[in-house]
Design a protein around this ligand. Sequence first.
Ligand code: BDP
Length: 717
Amino acid sequence: MKTLILAFIFLFVLSTAHALRAEGGYRLWLKYDLISNPQKLQSYQQAIRGWMIIGDCPILTAAKKELQTGLEGLLGSTAPFSDELKNGLVIAGTYKDAPLLAKANLGDKLKNLGPEGFVIVNTTITDKKVIVITANADAGVLYGVFHFLRLLQTQQNLEPLDLVSFPKIRLRLLNHWDNLDRTVERGYAGFSLWDWHKLPDYIHSYYHDYARANASIGINGTVLNNVNANALILTPLYLEKVAALAEVFRPYNIKVYLSIRFSAPIDIGGLKVSDPLDKQVRQWWKAKAGEIYALIPDFGGFLVKANSEGQPGPQNYGRTHADGANMLADALQPFGGVVMWRAFVYDDNIKEDRAKQAYNEFKPLDGAFGENVLVQVKNGPIDFQPREPFHPLFGATPKTSLMVEFQITQEYLGFSTHLVYLGTLFKEVLDADTYARGAGSTVAKIVDGSLDKHTISGIAGVANTGTDRNWTGHLFAQANWYAFGRLAWDHQLTAEAIAEEWIRMTLSNDPTVIQPVKKMMMASRENTVNYMSPLGLHHIMGWGHHYGPAPWIKDKHRDDWTSVYYHKADSSGVGFDRTARGSNAVSQYCPPVAKKFTALETCPDEYLLWFHHLSWDYKMRSGKTLWEELCHRYYAGAAAVQEMQNTWNALQGKIDEDSFRHVQAMLKIQEKEAVWWRNACVLYFQSFSRRPMPAELEKPQKSLQYYQELSFPFAPK
Ligand code: BDP
């Protein structure tokens, strides 16, 4: 009988283990599977004999659950909860509330870590060898626990452990472009996670897992709804739903924020205007803020898209962006909320290079924004293109706290079917030197507030999550969510180190998996730039849905939504002249940067056609003509996707079959679409260059007309 029961248990464990392995990516990077390397497992089991979390507030309870689940999974059940001090105990708690920890003398280390930083050390407390995870506040303990589990998941050595870590940027936010009908603008992973209809009464278990995932990478805020906002989100009906989500996220140190529609006082408040200087309007927002904070005492604040792409805003009343932002800031200020005012503004009626408009609008307002206002600036001056130079506003407004906004969802980078690791894109921008206060004035130092001594600082990523089983559509798109969070916490991490962590936690700790996958990820964004828009080309994608290539888009109701506006190809050459001879957008950068982009000798190939209109025969650094170089880049990009397929196919059997097949199928789509981009663009530009394709490149079989006639009425948008 006993053997029968044992056999039964064994079979049960086996089958659940199997089910877990086939979880379809749901567990993200928090898998906590038993450590597969027997020596590592044994050494961890010896080092970790039990765990204790001191304190029982909601955040520490979340940390407790995580530590328990993590250790049980990774080590088997060999490290139970313990309430006595013993060798091998992992002790976590805030320093001030855990008298036991005072004996570890960590006060100095904790001094400058703020409420979210943490310390992880191995030390001795009354003769017992222990691992201590401690912080100034509960949130720090939670982040410390996640970090400790990450050390185990990535199989790091636990001796010696002497780690301090704290976030450089205060507000680390996801921006969801989610609509109240559960569609997601530019969402490629199913519907919105927020089941508005069933809220506030029904709480999906995945809300908790969403919060866990974010907390594990240090994300501490989430804007729940689309920047193209529906005013209904501010009605009592919806605020109750928002409050229910806030309650789920609170134990994970995540605050909720909302996008607001500037005309809300008219739309839902019965007022005639939404003029920011109107007394009644100001009063309406004050009352609204009070109503929100009564329901959600730790509400984060508002995100605003105003006077941009048809959205209402203060300019409708002849007021400035600062007038609008400050009105909202005044309403939120008594409660500690912030306003994140987007600088993504451009107007077709203003006859000025779109790339210059945000700077022109916001630079003169430096110093006019209230203390709890952050201006949220997209990473580049146009719109999340595969590659853009950094936005010239970075460094131009020393008196204004600037957030950077990245797009994690791959609107312009192949949706959720292309493997494009964005860690390298994020880093390229964060590390860019603006020279604003001399050499070393990187975008990162402006964003973290250190360059101009700002006390609030923030970073936002447009989320790529949805109801797809694996959250992000493509398994590798999870890495972009992960990389965003890790860099928001510490922008000094390298894209490569983050990729490696993610691979170890998601796919395997086997070096023969890590090395090739990392190499593939690190090259992936450049490959995509090559097959989509090399050499500084931009905005040549499909109309409306932005799917696929369409450099031929012209004659639309807005010039600045066409492709020809941006590439300016003609028989003489291609590219947008943004030097002093052209739109002079270069002048918005600090002199050393402007000089570098202006001179052809120093302008990097990556930005060449962003700043210059050059003849098809222009001699490139490579010795090729511009036309030949362009063709070669397109072909190299597409060929690289074939290489990615080879790399991936060689991994069969080394990672779980489910993930293997999923990525394999996605890479097939990517290859097909890379060739589509290549052929369509090369044929189109050839119609201007009138030069033959370089002989060594295989000619496209289909005609330009074939590509121009493709249509995708239901592509996601
Ligand atoms: C563009 C998107 C559009 C967004 C806009 C924004 O195509 O859907 O509303 O950005 O950021 O890239 O407001």
